[in-house]
Design a protein around this ligand. Structure first.
Ligand code: HEM
Ligand code: MG
Length: 331
């Protein structure tokens, strides 16, 4: 059976993470990188396997050790992503594209297609990756990064901060409504979109710097080059999505939804959990998203899914209020 996820770090102080034991190395043919600048960077420095194929426990350990992501949030992100995009039998997930490196697939409709998979965790309105409709949802996109720079200049005096994060998120949603006929922003992607807006501020600023202002060359180092800046220290003290309220405060009327009939036809999806409904997110994710991929698992597959769903529930409870556990495959 899959092993339990690691607990919090004993020592959560700021420290050098771009150290001699974790040198940057360029990609080799076949190595996987994908939509998440943090996981890409951790793999390129050897905090994750450099081939970009990792177990959930390795991912939790890496985001804690390398960036000081808070334990329950790390577990939540990891298991919700793993259940959709990873292989429950081999306990491996690609942080990029689908690969034979995750072993033999479980029966369809399971996909086991890595983090590049559109519309569960990866989704529209990313800051530095294009919407899937435009063809590539995972590679660094220079014109989107130029827009990131433009917003940082306009609202942050040349740095990326919470004010910029809010203005940029507002713009990206409007931009996708107006230009992407297949635009969608519903749960669970809805939650990652808002959290990711503040992640660069919370995790990509050197731990000795408490200004809350992310330098744009440092941003490029993570987003494009998958590299810690020279001498980079992780932040002091584990956190998750602190500051997200600044983003939601600018968008008080936003409701989850999608373009139903082409561009500029935004339609509210009343079945989607909203940002203030974490328990509905959990319940729908298990009963809809996971059940769809694994309608009738048996044997070791069923056992592995049940255990990973247990890990997801424990992380949900630790990160939010108490939600009622659901059991799609029985007790
Ligand atoms: C995207 C940061 C942990 C999966 C992103 C983005 C940021 C980010 C800033 C947005 C990229 C963009 O909009 O262009 C971080 C940080 C982490 C972290 C700082 C830890 C400290 C994780 C974990 C997972 C994950 C643990 C799952 C195992 C993803 C995925 C996306 C993403 C699937 C694509 C979402 C999208 O479409 O924008 N991450 N991440 N990340 N991350 Fe992470
Ligand atoms: Mg995306």
């Amino acid at each position: 059976p899959p092993p339990s996820p690691p607990g919090p770090l004993a020592d959560q102080s700021a420290k050098l993470v771009n150290d001699a034991a974790h040198p940057y190395q360029p990609l080799r043919p076949g190595d996987q990188r994908g939509p998440c600048p943090a996981l890409n960077t951790l793999a390129s420095h050897g905090y994750l396997p450099r081939n970009g194929v990792a177990t959930p426990a390795q991912i939790v350990t890496a985001v804690q050790e390398g960036l000081n992501l808070e334990n329950s949030f790390a577990r939540f992100l990891t298991y919700s992503t793993f259940l959709v995009n990873g292989n429950p039998i081999t306990n491996l997930m690609s942080i990029g594209d689908k690969t034979s490196g995750t072993g033999q697939d479980p029966p369809k409709p399971a996909t086991v297609a890595g983090l590049d998979t559109h519309n569960n965790c990866e989704g529209d309105t990313s800051m530095t990756r294009a919407d899937a409709f435009f063809g590539d949802n995972h590679s660094f996109n220079e014109s989107r990064f130029q827009n990131f720079i433009k917003y940082s200049e306009k609202y942050g005096a040349g740095k990326y901060n919470y004010t910029v994060a809010a203005q940029l998120r507002k713009f990206l949603i409007q931009d996708s409504i107006q230009n992407n006929p297949q635009f969608s922003l519903v749960s669970p992607r809805l939650f990652t979109a808002f959290a990711e807006s503040v992640f660069p501020i919370n995790f990509f600023i050197d731990g000795r710097d408490t200004s809350g202002q992310l330098d744009l060359d440092v941003a490029r180092s993570f987003f494009q080059n998958m590299t810690f800046p020279p001498n980079f220290f992780r932040r002091a003290g584990a956190v998750s999505n602190v500051g997200q309220n600044v983003v939601t405060d600018l968008l008080p009327n936003f409701k989850p939804g999608y373009n139903a009939h082409g561009v500029n036809t935004f339609t509210v999806d009343s079945t989607s959990a909203t940002l203030t409904e974490p328990c509905l997110r959990y319940t729908n994710f298990v009963n809809k998203n996971i059940k769809q991929l694994y309608p009738n698992p048996t044997g070791v597959l069923k056992q592995a899914l049940t255990i990973n769903l247990q890990f997801l529930y424990e992380a949900t409870v630790a990160a939010n209020e108490s939600c009622t556990q659901v059991f799609p495959y029985g007790h």
